[in-house]
Design a protein around this ligand. Structure first.
Ligand code: HIF
Length: 288
């Protein structure tokens, strides 16, 4: 009584509960802001998390989600990143509410949240990315070019350190979202439920017949049955290549196996090049 010492406050060290609050706020905004695209910002948040991470180069250790250098030109202006300002702007109010989180942690956490809230697998996640400045921007050309074939897929994802199985597992994320003519030039969704994470991408690749879309846009495929879906040349490469196709068939048959192997590969993607200080990953709770 009377001699209670003032608590000395050091730097704020966030706990799992603090990250859950950030997660919950993103999940809340996903529900609230449903007047966009197919009714969700989820897919474009997944794309932001992946493009922030997929610049990693294992030889030089440069790129990856540490640094969140897509905040700056030239990286924000790289052709592959067209449209991702929408995702970054969506997350800005979240950063204002939780200013202690780095953008790299925020963007990757948002990808995790989006996948889980769209009924995808649990993606264990850990914090530790630190924002860096414009000097850490990666050169253009590190992200994949959809007009190419399996050799390109192996070159790009091999540079990040992935094997064939992981490359195919990751590809299942194209069950989400759509292509936009004013971003990549391509057009349309990959399946009939672009805001739900499923193994439909693989089932359609195997079971549907795909032919070149007749239009003036970039070369892409359309399904023969409804002509409302699309596949990129890099997507079709997954069934043209025998080694890739093995995994496509496994995932088309078994959603559970796909969810497990996707989760492992996506955890790895989001952690490329990040100098973590902790081993522990958090499993953040879904809202749904
Ligand atoms: Fe995509 N991807 N991706 N992608 N991607 C697009 C959209 C999404 C490639 C090209 C494109 C992955 C790999 C590759 C998502 C997630 C992932 C678009 C359309 C193109 C062109 C962009 C637009 O016009 O808006 C290529 C060439 C890849 C390597 C083969 C990952 C595995 C599938 C790594 C991945 O997670 C998501 C989600 C979208 C949807 C975005 C949206 O706004 O709806």
């Amino acid at each position: 009584s009377g001699d209670v010492k003032a608590k000395v406050s050091g730097p704020f060290v966030p706990t799992k509960e603090d990250y859950q609050k950030v997660y919950d706020e993103i999940a809340r905004l996903l529900v609230e802001k449903d007047d966009y695209d197919d009714g969700s910002y989820g897919p474009v948040l997944v794309r932001l998390a992946w493009h922030a991470s997929g610049t990693y180069d294992k030889e030089t250790g440069t790129g990856g989600s540490n640094g969140a250098t897509m905040r700056f030109a030239p990286e924000s202006d790289h052709g592959a990143n067209a449209g991702l300002k929408i995702a970054r702007d969506f997350l800005e109010p979240v950063h204002e509410k939780f200013p202690w989180i780095s953008y790299g942690d925020l963007w990757t956490l948002a990808g995790v949240c989006a996948i889980q809230e769209m009924q995808g697998p649990v993606i264990p996640w850990r914090p530790g990315r630190q924002d860096r400045d414009v000097a850490a921007c990666t050169p253009d050309g590190r992200l994949p070019d959809a007009s190419k074939d399996q050799n390109h897929i192996r070159a790009i994802f091999g540079r990040m350190g992935f094997d064939d199985r992981e490359m195919v597992a990751l590809s299942g994320a194209h069950s989400l979202g759509r292509a936009h003519t004013d971003r990549s030039g391509y057009d349309g969704p990959w399946d009939f439920s672009p805001t739900v994470f499923t193994n439909e991408f693989f089932r359609l690749l195997v079971e549907e017949k795909w032919s070149w879309k007749k239009w003036n846009g970039p070369a892409q495929y359309t399904d023969n049955t409804t002509k409302t879906l699309m596949m990129l040349p890099t997507d079709l490469a997954l069934v043209k290549d025998k080694e890739f196709k093995k995994h496509v068939e496994r995932y088309a048959k078994d959603s559970e196996v796909f969810f497990k192997e996707f989760s492992d590969a996506f955890v790895k993607l989001l952690e490329l090049g990040v100098p973590f200080k902790t081993e522990e990953r958090f499993v953040l709770k879904k809202n749904e």
